[in-house]
Design a protein around this ligand. Structure first.
Ligand code: MLT
Length: 349
């Protein structure tokens, strides 16, 4: 402290006279008092110094699938508002491969300093452990930041694919097992795992066509190169409304307000096929609680923002209730999802 004060005094008084040194002593005592008051206030307010300054530079959010797909959409919508709250840009980086596990492995291995976070989902943080015995991250150990959205699953088909209803699809799929092909975003992705469940229930084995995400898969389905897929609503709503693809059914108990004409699987004759996906933000193991709390707070503000909410709701996302927005909720939820998907995928084999 004294060194700093003397340095300031030297800058102000290049020749340090006796008089100047008296000023130093006076300045030193004033500065010490000011620092003491500042530290006391910080302690009283319970705000650790790191959380007050974080972030001081852009934050990278790794999206483990191709741009333009459902994970990317949710990530870009929420991170746009979070950037405004944090005063620093959240830069989305798409690192696709191996059903999303390549990107999550990269993010999980980054420095736990709050400058690399990830947008995970039901596949990367729920189903992947059951399908990748050598998985290099433990979803239950990563630091939960918060749930961004739930995304109902739909069974959708190309307009160039003959079946027009779910019942016609089931009949066709059973009668033509070797003609049928299904798009997915890699082993363990949402589109893969949820269609493993569907195919298991129907007793069908379509040819699986892997993509780096369901964004590019959707383009191929629109042009008729693949027949069908199971995918998250946010990727599909606009194309269904625009008549570019066909929705057979939504695998949730109720119809979606975003797609009121699409029947539920129960209404369409497949009541046991019920599944919902989700997206959530995580940070690498060891990221300071003050940092993840700040990110959670920024996410909460994004989810409370009318424009951000409307963008997500318009695409059919289901937004978490306040009680589902805590870090503790996500931590417990991920543990339950890993167990649930382990059982579901074992049963579907
Ligand atoms: C994506 O963003 O492409 C999807 O979330 C992929 C998937 O898991 O099906």
């Amino acid at each position: 402290m004294r060194g700093l004060v003397v340095l300031i005094a030297r800058l102000a008084h290049p020749v340090v006279s006796h008089e100047a040194l008296k000023i130093v002593t006076w300045e030193e005592s004033v500065l010490k008092k000011l620092f003491a008051v500042a530290f006391a206030l910080t302690g009283l307010l319970g705000i650790p110094a790191m959380a007050q300054t974080y972030p001081t530079k852009p934050v990278t959010m790794i999206v483990p699938f191709a741009a333009g797909g459902p994970t990317d959409i949710v990530a870009r919508f929420v991170s746009e508002h979070m950037s405004r709250t944090l005063g620093q840009q959240i830069v989305v980086e798409n690192v696709a491969g191996a059903g999303g596990t390549t990107g999550i492995t990269r993010a999980a291995g980054a420095a736990p300093d709050g400058y690399t976070i990830m947008m995970g989902h039901m596949g990367t943080h729920g189903a992947a452990p059951a399908l990748y015995p050598g998985l290099k991250y433990d979803p239950t150990a990563l630091v939960p930041v918060g749930v961004a959205a739930s995304t109902p699953i739909l069974i959708v088909g190309s307009m160039k694919f003959a079946p027009k209803t779910l019942q016609e699809f089931v009949t066709y799929a059973k009668a033509n097992p070797d003609k049928l092909n299904q798009a997915h975003a890699g082993i363990g992705s949402v589109s893969h795992s949820t269609c493993v469940m569907l195919n298991g229930q129907l007793g069908i084995k379509p040819t699986a066509v892997p993509y780096t995400g369901t964004g590019p898969a959707l383009n191929d389905m629109i042009s008729g190169q693949v027949d069908f897929m199971c995918d998250q609503i946010v990727n599909l709503a606009e194309q269904i409304r625009g008549g570019a693809i066909r929705a057979y059914a939504i695998a949730s108990p109720e119809r979606s307000p975003a797609l009121p004409d699409v029947p539920t699987t129960k209404e369409a004759g497949l009541p046991d096929y019920q599944v919902i996906a989700w997206n959530a933000i995580f940070a690498p193991v060891g990221t300071a609680p003050e940092i993840t709390a700040r990110l959670n707070e920024a996410l909460g503000k994004a989810l409370g923002d009318e424009a951000t909410r409307n963008r997500l709701l318009n695409l059919g996302a289901v937004l978490p209730a306040a009680s589902e927005q805590t870090q503790a909720y996500l931590g417990d939820f991920v543990k339950a999802e890993v167990v649930r998907w382990n059982k579901a995928l074992a049963a579907a084999k």
